[in-house]
Design a protein around this ligand. Structure first.
Ligand code: ATP
Ligand code: MG
Ligand code: MG
Length: 569
């Protein structure tokens, strides 16, 4: 636990509450339902929901569905699933499209105030007139239309009289502003497209800044947290909120009150923080979509994807993501973080929480020759070395075991501490064996290791304290359950797969080893686990039972992360 968090956003919130600016705070998480949420979104979710919870406030989940073309109910379901998985519950689920009528009334108000006008310039002309950083913009020839003409045209825009792109509604702010966002930005555009929520009721759709600021004001959002790229939009955000002034013009909210929405308007404050970015990952929704549709991965929830659905399947936990967000902290400095921060948070979270089990990924048979054939016993193992409360389990032991192939070497390299002919090794929790002999197949490959168990070295005996160089894990071949083991690794081989340099793209850097599927053996207590149970398979890594494919009869384990960082070694 990091104790009391005191980043600049929490400081603002704390002061606003202490000074009586707000009785309670309200935040929102406003994803656009045009794709799956990714690790970056987890940071926004942890801040929006987390800060609200810490200060006794509330947080809405708002689907920012103002853009009719590219939204899908599949995404909406996944977004809700992701927020709940992270352990948060929304105060109210909203759609920005719920507010279309209010946005419209507010636009008429702006027109009536002389703060907005209908422009007939084409998109290209608008761009041309807008100027650049070094050159001021020029006013549109339609800028000084009368209020009456503007109202008439805007109503006819709504009524569907004009083609897509023929006209826009623009805010009348300042064509000479040093901030290009203030050079009469568009508020509405014409788009004769059906909307999944409002059907064909509208053929004009509000632009992002306008819809976003007013949605915040409508919902009584006090602190509107967003990423740094919106810093330059803040003056426009404030302009929209102030000019429309919902707090003092409750009549604009009437369409919502009629639909049963509560009256909760407030003046929101936008606060920006830096985006979360990691090397070795590609996080833009557009590229993630391409990776899915081109079959580079098995879907949005492929365990190699940085989507929340993907990393969840990989075995990432809400605790690990929260730990990562806390460690990364909040700043106003965008940076590319090292992926080891993410993987380290997962290791630390799982080290504390995941029970230990034994599993063998690449099995080699070990026969204990001085135990009778068919010998079996049940050994008690602690589930967690540092947490007694995790209890213990029974692990079957017999004269016939599977060990990891790499734990035996016929010709051991220098410093090898595991099993070799004539050498001793400790079988974790069972006793010390000496290898007497091996059996090979026709190709000379070792297929069986034959050992004697030191009868004085069994658990609890004096001889168990005898020093041997290595300890290896094992499972009883007669009891172990065959399991599909999916060994996942990073999807890309280079830290910056996303640079598009030298004509190369992320496609050129796919890691051919990012998934290897092998057949291994696990102890019964691992196979029986419910889907999405995380374990440390001793000595080999953290694994999770697959959310969809695992069952006790046909176990499937996904490797979440190795025990140590094998990349930067
Ligand atoms: P992308 O560019 O990946 O498509 P986006 O910003 O368009 O992301 P939205 O659905 O609009 O995605 O995002 C919802 C919220 O999540 C926004 O408040 C946005 O600022 C925040 N967010 C998105 N990506 C990140 C990130 N990498 N780090 C932190 N917050 C993010
Ligand atoms: Mg967005
Ligand atoms: Mg986007």
């Amino acid at each position: 636990d990091a104790g009391v968090k005191n980043d600049f956003i929490r400081q603002i919130v704390r002061e606003d509450l202490a000074g009586g600016k707000h009785q309670a705070i309200r935040t929102r998480f406003p994803p656009e339902p045009n794709g799956y949420l990714h690790i970056g979104h987890a940071k926004a979710i942890c801040l929006d929901f987390g800060i609200a919870a810490e200060f006794g406030g509330s947080c809405n989940l708002r689907l920012d569905d103002t853009n009719p073309a590219k939204e899908d109910p599949e995404y909406v379901r996944a977004i809700q699933d992701d927020v709940r998985w992270l352990g948060f519950e929304w105060n109210s689920l909203r759609h920005a499209s719920d507010y279309f009528e209010v946005f419209y009334l507010a636009a008429e108000k702006l027109i009536a105030q002389g703060d907005a006008y209908v422009d007939d310039l084409t998109a290209e002309q608008v761009r041309e007139y807008r100027g650049s950083l070094t050159e001021p913009g020029r006013p549109s020839p339609f800028r000084d239309r009368s209020v009456e003409e503007n109202l008439d045209l805007f109503r006819r825009m709504r009524a569907g009289e004009f083609a897509d792109g023929a006209r826009t509604l623009r805010a009348k702010i300042d064509m000479a502003s040093g901030n290009i966002n203030l050079r009469d930005p568009a508020l509405y555009r014409i788009k004769h497209v059906e909307h999944q929520n409002t059907g064909n009721a509208w053929c004009i759709y509000p632009m992002y800044d306008y819809a976003h600021s007013l949605s915040d004001a409508i919902e009584g959002i006090t602190h509107s947290l967003c990423t740094l790229e919106f810093e330059d939009h803040r003056p426009l955000y404030d302009w929209c909120v102030d000019k429309v002034d919902l707090v003092n013009h409750p009549e604009l909210l009437q369409p919502l009150l009629d639909k049963g929405f509560p009256r909760e308007a407030a003046k929101p404050r936008q606060i920006e923080f830096s985006r979360l970015n990691f090397n070795y990952l590609v996080m833009s929704k557009r590229k993630l979509l391409a990776m899915v549709s081109d079959g580079l991965v098995d879907g949005w929830d492929d365990p190699r994807m940085p989507t929340l659905q993907g990393i969840r399947r990989r075995g990432y936990t809400p605790g690990a993501l929260k730990l990562m967000v806390d460690r990364v902290g909040i700043s106003k400095q965008n940076s590319l973080l090292d992926i080891s921060i993410l993987e380290g948070a997962l290791r630390d979270d799982l080290d504390a929480r995941a029970q230990r089990r034994m599993g063998v990924v690449d099995p080699l048979k070990l026969v204990i020759t001085n135990l009778p054939d068919g010998h079996e016993e049940s050994l008690t193992f602690a589930n967690h070395p540092k947490d007694e409360a995790a209890g213990s389990r029974q692990v079957p032991f017999s004269n016939l075991l599977w060990i990891e192939r790499e734990d035996f070497e016929e010709v051991p390299p220098k410093g090898f501490k595991r099993l070799t002919v004539g050498g001793d090794v400790r079988l974790r929790g069972a006793g010390i064996v000496r290898c007497d002999d091996v059996i090979k197949d026709a190709d000379g490959r070792v297929v069986e290791v034959r050992c004697t168990l030191d009868p004085e070295s069994r658990p609890g005996m004096e001889g168990a304290n005898r020093k041997v160089k290595g300890t290896i894990h094992w499972v009883s071949a007669r009891h172990a359950v065959e399991a599909e083991i999916r060994l996942y690794d990073r999807l890309f081989t280079v830290p910056d797969p996303d640079t598009d340099e030298d004509g190369k793209t992320y496609r050129d850097y796919l890691n051919p080893e990012s998934r290897r599927v092998v057949s291994g053996y696990v102890e019964p207590a691992a196979a029986e686990a419910a889907p999405e149970t995380s374990f440390q398979f001793e000595r080999i890594g953290y694994f999770v039972t697959d959310r969809y494919d695992h069952s006790a009869a046909r176990p499937v384990f996904n490797r979440s992360v190795t025990l140590r960082d094998t990349w930067s070694g």
